[in-house]
Write a protein that binds this ligand. Structure first.
Ligand SMILES: Nc1ncnc2c1ncn2[C@@H]1O[C@H](COP(=O)(O)OP(=O)(O)OP(=O)(O)O)[C@@H](O)[C@H]1O
Length: 265
């Protein structure tokens, strides 16, 4: 199969929050991402879709240097946040991950209280000097994550005691608490029921007013509901990036069309 040299459609935007150019990612000798070029716009929600194993998670994890934790993984290319090279020697990956937060597939609250789950990051990054400030950050983050009303009377109870959907909103509150600029979500609803999924999707729409969001999803309906642009990956290649509506109604590339019409994937 021939892949376009450059993703077709509109991979670039006027005011990018993040820019990725000529990105190749390897695990040992095996190449997982081939020459990907794409921007993520300020306050946009971009969905990354494609068949299993096409490299969506690998690419997502490259843009906040989560892949640094995988020994065999090497990322080549130019990746920037507000024009700053995120792989520069002077870039602290911990500070970067505070600016580009991540929510994982499986809700993973710390084995700590609800309060401590949310206050841990702000404490670590010195965002609050007094208890009252920390309380305010915890409340605001839980409110933004749509969880405050459900947990305000039991902040001292373990985060792991919440339902799956509540745990995922707790993880989103934890990500928000350190005031990230970008939030990466790797299949955030795949472990949730339809009602919990709907809540997270509503939340994504609200959060996009203040944050830039990239979401990997297996659900094309979800991509269609929550995102502004959609990026279609195939075997490590970025094939097409377009307005979400266009991708799902008039895809430009035959591979995108085959995927969205269910001919493979
Ligand atoms: N830690 C790793 N070590 C070696 N190879 C890996 C590792 N993680 C992923 N890969 C390989 O990289 C390729 C892309 O995997 P990745 O998980 O990024 O795809 P994906 O599109 O997110 O898949 P899925 O939709 O199934 O989660 C696959 O061939 C996978 O086997």
């Amino acid at each position: 199969m021939d892949y376009p040299e450059q993703a077709i459609g509109e991979p670039f935007v006027k005011n990018p929050k993040m820019s990725m150019r000529n990105v190749d990612v390897f695990y040992g000798d095996k190449q997982a991402i081939y020459n990907v070029n794409v921007d993520i716009g300020q306050n946009e929600v971009i969905a990354m879709i494609g068949p299993s194993g096409c490299g969506k998670s690998t690419f997502l994890r490259s843009i906040n240097r989560m892949n640094d934790t995988v020994e065999s993984c090497r990322v080549h290319g130019e990746l920037s946040l507000d024009g700053e090279d995120i792989y520069a020697a002077k870039m602290d990956p911990v500070a970067l991950r505070a600016r580009v937060g991540m929510v994982f597939q499986k809700p993973n609250p710390f084995p700590k209280s609800i309060y401590d789950n949310v206050s841990y990051g702000p404490r670590l990054h010195g965002l609050a000097s007094r208890r009252a400030e920390l309380d305010e950050i915890v409340e605001n983050s839980l409110r933004r994550a749509g969880l405050w009303e459900e947990v305000k009377d039991r902040l001292d109870q373990p985060g792991t005691g919440l339902s799956g959907g509540q745990q995922q909103r707790l993880c989103i509150a934890r990500a928000i608490a350190i005031s990230p600029e970008v939030i990466l979500m790797d299949e955030p609803c795949s472990a949730l029921d339809p009602i919990a999924t709907a809540k997270i999707e509503e939340l994504i729409a609200e959060l996009s007013e203040n944050y830039t969001i990239a979401i990997v999803t297996h659900s094309m309906q979800q991509a269609a509901r929550v995102s502004h642009r959609t990026a279609y990956f195939h075997l490590g290649h970025l094939v097409e990036v377009n307005d979400t509506e266009k991708v799902f109604t008039a895809p430009e590339h035959a591979l995108t069309e085959a995927y969205i019409t269910g001919r493979f994937g």
